[in-house]
Design a protein around this ligand. Structure first.
Ligand code: BTN
Length: 266
């Protein structure tokens, strides 16, 4: 492996938590940190192990999309988690991760950071970060979860692929200044560790549901929900106590959705 960049070395120093990032594997370039972390988890790596890369050639997004991952400017991080949870509760963990990340980014940047269900992180109406949780094993309890976090940090708008410029942004593009990735990741891990510890003890709490709701974009707004190749037009109501989306269709029926994709219609 080539030398560790300064910011990753610094992160090892700065990290405050006990579990998350206790061990950090660094790759200058890899296909996907989620894939690498999954490999490590299958070999028995401990809870909290983090995989970080400076660039990804096959960065994965939700719903089979790719995640643009240029070198040296952003955060590509995957964590191995081993929550003793049934598979159907993993979406709650991804909602929680969205809240922890949004809080950390908001605190570091002073920007108005918002969430779009289930866990896209938006700033100024564009996507600045995303979370991809992939689970493995078990009918009753999952074996492990890989929690992948991608944050567009110091990526200049003019360096983004043209097809992304209208829908994606970065912290630098929004704040007009650069951010230290070690501080940002350190803060994200600290927030996530706190929320995750509580979640393991008490589950998806009302407090967490309220915080997600406070940060959420588009509640009460018209939206399109894509679910298993169907499109529904209606209104986002919020999330229920299990973290499922509550959506009222054009006929006035409110239903809950554990999965799907929302596009907001402003
Ligand atoms: C999404 O919003 O669609 C999720 C994006 C998740 C991207 C991150 S970058 C680090 C980790 N490794 C991957 O291949 N994907 C996630």
């Amino acid at each position: 492996m080539s030398p560790i960049p300064f910011w990753v070395a610094d992160l090892r120093e700065k990290r405050r938590g006990k579990i998350l990032g206790g061990k950090i594997l660094f790759w200058p370039a890899t296909d996907s940190t989620n894939r690498r972390a999954r490999e490590e988890a299958r070999r028995g790596s401990p809870e909290g192990m983090a995989v970080i890369a400076e660039s990804q050639s096959g960065g994965k997004g939700r719903l089979g999309r790719s995640w643009s991952s240029p070198a040296g400017v952003n955060v590509y991080l995957s964590l191995v988690l081993r929550p003793p949870l049934p598979p159907e509760r993993i979406p709650q963990l991804t909602l929680l991760a969205g809240v922890s990340c949004a809080r950390a980014i908001g605190r570091q940047t002073g920007l108005d950071v918002r969430l779009k269900w289930p866990n896209d992180i938006f700033i100024g109406g564009k996507k600045a970060a995303g979370i991809l949780a992939e689970m493995e094993g078990g009918n009753s309890l999952c074996q492990f979860v890989i929690l992948g976090i991608g944050i567009n940090v110091n990526w200049k708008t003019e360096e983004m692929p043209t097809d992304l410029r209208d829908i994606a942004t970065s912290l630098r593009a929004e704040a007009g200044r650069e951010f230290d990735r070690a501080t940002l990741v350190g803060e994200t891990l600290a927030e996530l560790e706190k929320d995750y510890a509580l979640f393991r003890e008490t589950g998806f709490s009302e407090r967490m549901r309220e915080e997600w709701t406070r940060l959420a974009l588009g509640i009460g707004n018209r939206a399109t929900l894509t679910f298993q190749d169907h499109q529904l037009f209606g209104e986002i109501r919020g999330i229920d106590r299990d973290g499922a989306l509550l959506f009222t269709d054009s006929e006035g029926n409110t239903r809950r959705f554990a999965a799907g994709e929302v596009s907001l219609r402003f």
